[in-house]
Design a protein around this ligand. Structure first.
Ligand code: CMC
Length: 385
């Protein structure tokens, strides 16, 4: 459905702004026809195999790969800022333990603005510190809420562990197996950035008002939480659970297609082929399963991919990033309601890259609309309604 905007050079309204450029950006590029994703021009496959999440975050945010010294300094600074203030922990203790961790994260990310409130967006040092704080503290806040909702104290970051391993440690109080930490780090790299998706757009709109970066990230977290965006990875596992066995897959898909319902973890606004991140994740799933034993859900997932491809492939509906990520996280022993917060931990890098880019060429977002209401309608007094 499209309609014309009166008195405007823009001729069409496109629901969901499909295909409408909202900005110019050099952060990342998606080729949805050939299934290619590049961060700052570098193919994601290369980064997944050769880089680390923090190096990739540096690349995204500062625009170039760091030198050895720059990377070391960045990692050290992030390590130094991983702790969160006891007042934030105390605030989090008051959150209901039944609340969703994404809501807890959104609230805590916004609360950072209370503690680091000096806003100096034209000061590179302020920008650098905000980047470091957000990358450093978001994982700690996710893990802290997880511990607290189970009645435990938050586990302090472990200075002997790197970014990915430390997060897994804060969830379990055990140092993870190196393979688990490595795979988790690759997952973070895969989720770090993806052009102008809903949460990034939300971050940019918020950034364009020149508010503080904590508000920018908090608004993006709220947007990521929805089931059509980051929340889909959690829903994929519930769906595999509901399907229950390979024999039920075809009937499940038939029912969804007949009812015009979405199958979670499939489809994408830009990709019309299998999402390259899903391909890499599937490889990681297999690597993990070979070493630690297969998950019965995997066979259901493979069958589901086959059936959906047969029925909806012609429409360009293939697995997206959320389809296999949940299987990796499940194998790593991570509870399913933390899948989307983990997506957020990674995507902070992309949000901050776009925040910086937005500041460098800022003009406040203020689109127009197609008004569909009436005019000059008389006010009806309460007694006559
Ligand atoms: N299952 C069944 N049919 C689908 C699906 C799906 N998952 N996705 C799209 N379609 C069909 C849809 O019914 C429509 O068919 P028709 O033209 O006959 O009405 C057509 O494909 C276009 O769908 P759309 O909803 O207009 O596409 P969109 O670009 O607005 O939405 C999407 C993209 C990702 C929101 C959608 O594919 C979807 O809801 N997928 C399920 C949720 C999901 O997995 N989300 C994660 C997205 S990737 C990671 C992220 O962004 O966070």
């Amino acid at each position: 459905m499209t309609s014309t905007i009166p008195n405007s050079n823009l001729c069409e309204y496109k629901p969901g702004l499909e295909g409408i450029p909202a900005t110019e950006s050099s952060v990342s590029h998606v080729d949805g026809i050939n299934g290619i994703l590049e961060y700052r021009g570098i193919r994601l496959e290369e980064l997944a195999h050769k880089s680390s999440f923090l190096e990739t975050a540096y690349l995204l945010i500062w625009g170039n790969l760091p030198s050895e010294q720059q990377l070391q300094d960045f990692q050290t600074e992030i390590l130094y800022h991983r702790r969160i203030k006891y007042r934030i922990r105390d605030m989090m203790k008051c959150f209901p333990e039944t609340g969703h961790p994404m809501d807890a994260l959104q609230t805590s990310a916004a609360a950072l603005g209370l503690f680091y409130s000096r806003r100096a967006l034209d000061n590179p040092e302020y920008i650098r510190r905000a980047v470091v704080r957000l990358l450093a503290k978001i994982p700690t806040m996710v893990a802290a809420f997880h511990q607290m909702r189970r009645g435990n104290d938050a586990i302090q970051p472990n200075d002997d562990l790197d970014y990915a391993a430390n997060f897994l440690y804060m969830l379990t109080e055990r140092s993870p197996h190196p393979l688990a930490a490595k795979i988790f780090d690759v997952c973070l790299t895969l989720h770090a950035e993806h052009t102008i998706n809903a949460s990034t757009f939300s971050a940019m709109v918020t950034a364009s008002t020149l508010t503080d970066p904590y508000a920018v990230v908090a608004s993006a977290v709220g947007t990521l939480a929805g089931p059509l965006h980051g929340g889909a990875n959690e829903e994929v596992l519930s769906m595999l659970d509901e399907i229950g066995s390979i024999e039920n897959v075809a009937a499940y898909v038939d029912e969804k297609v007949a009812g015009k319902q979405k199958i979670m973890g499939f489809g994408h606004r830009v990709y019309k082929v299998k999402d390259p991140r899903a391909n890499i994740l599937q490889g990681l799933v297999e690597e993990l399963f070979e070493k630690t034993g297969y998950d019965p859900y995997y066979k259901i997932a493979l069958e589901l991919e086959k059936v959906v491809e047969g029925k909806l492939g012609a429409k360009g509906i293939y697995p997206n990033v959320d389809f296999y990520s949940g299987l990796v996280y499940r194998k790593l022993g991570i509870p399913s309601d933390l899948f989307t917060p983990i997506f957020a931990i990674a995507r902070v890098a992309g949000w901050l890259a776009h925040w910086k880019e937005q500041l460098n060429m800022n003009r406040i977002f203020r689109p127009t609309q197609v008004y569909t209401g009436g005019h000059n309608i008389p006010y009806i007094p309460m007694s006559e309604r």
